[in-house]
Design a protein around this ligand. Structure first.
Ligand code: 13P
Ligand code: SF4
Length: 301
């Protein structure tokens, strides 16, 4: 029996759903029941009635699924699948920051620990950050964390008074405005789509055709008739784009934009996860209860 068949058999025996993020390895995406961005996968985790959720993504995504579905078993197939951006702020640092801005509303990107979410008023993803900020009364001071580039992007889009935490994603921060200029010159006429975590998305917003979440980029890929598109994000997304639209050439802005955390999980890990019930994600109930309010506002948007 192939590994893929073994995974499907185990999945059915355990009555599990397999969720995979757009940056996962192609073969992991292929065995998943649902592939998408962090907002889509959070919603799928809630909608699916299955008692076991295998989350092929990174820890904050699996924690989010557990917080939203406390009675279900959530498995992260490799415990090393963390996130450099989520590590950019601790709950203690956030408490200190809140102390400096009494009364401010805290908006946390989903790329944060459960403890940081528990200290936050709203969570958002790259799909709905702008919409969530617009829901907050206009005179309200806002603390946005931890991604400075996404925060700066929504600050410019909304014109709101937003204080930014100076964190960044080690993969996206390396994609710079100079890379965009080079790509424009080397691929004249090719549209450029960029993730808002990119170090190039704000300073060079005018040079990018669309700033989109990973699912936004996948939808763009599906619909475009351009002969070539430049893709400024982690390279794992190219698998879905090329599969959905073989008529367009999808060129990464940087071949080196590889998230080591997203690549921790392979097919053997997914198989072992189902076979051995590992690695179970638990969130302390009091922390989960506090974090749930901010997350429910995120998925309701
Ligand atoms: P998306 O929500 O756009 O999939 O982004 C998640 C992420 O970790 C990007 O680095
Ligand atoms: Fe975290 Fe960056 Fe990897 Fe996304 S690409 S999971 S933000 S380290």
């Amino acid at each position: 029996m192939s590994l893929e068949q073994e995974i499907r058999t185990l999945r059915d025996e355990r009555n599990a759903v397999i969720l995979a993020h757009n940056y996962q390895r192609p073969e992991v995406q292929e065995v998943a029941d649902f592939v998408g961005d962090s907002l889509y996968l959070s919603r799928k985790a809630v909608e699916s009635a299955k008692p076991v959720i295998v989350f092929a993504g990174v820890r904050f995504m699996a924690e989010t699924a557990k917080i939203l579905n406390p009675s279900r078993t959530v498995l992260l197939p490799d415990p090393k699948a963390g996130c450099g951006l989520a590590d950019a702020i601790t709950a203690d640092q956030l408490r200190t920051w809140k102390g400096e801005h009494p009364g401010a509303v805290v908006v946390a990107y989903i790329n944060t620990s459960a403890e940081v979410k528990a200290e936050s008023d709203y969570c958002c993803t790259s799909s709905n950050a702008e919409e969530i900020i617009r829901r907050i009364p206009a005179d309200q001071e806002i603390l946005f964390l931890p991604d400075v580039f996404l925060g700066e992007y929504v600050r410019r889009k909304t014109g709101r008074k937003i204080h930014l935490w100076m964190g960044d994603c080690p993969v996206h921060a390396k994609l710079r405005p100079e890379d965009l200029e080079r790509a424009r010159a080397a691929h004249p006429g090719a549209p450029i789509v960029a993730h808002p975590e990119c170090g190039c998305s704000t300073q060079a917003m005018d040079h990018v055709d669309r700033v989109l979440s990973t699912d936004g980029m996948v939808r763009f890929a599906e619909e475009t008739r351009a002969p070539e598109v430049i893709v400024a994000t982690e390279v794992g997304i190219l698998h879905r784009m090329r599969k959905l639209n073989p008529g367009t050439k999808f060129t990464p802005l940087s071949e080196g934009a590889i998230c080591p955390f997203m690549k921790e999980i392979d097919l053997t890990d997914v198989r072992d996860s189902l076979a051995r019930n590992q690695y179970v994600i638990d969130v302390e109930p009091e922390t989960a209860a506090k974090a749930r309010r901010a997350l429910e506002r995120m998925i309701a948007s």
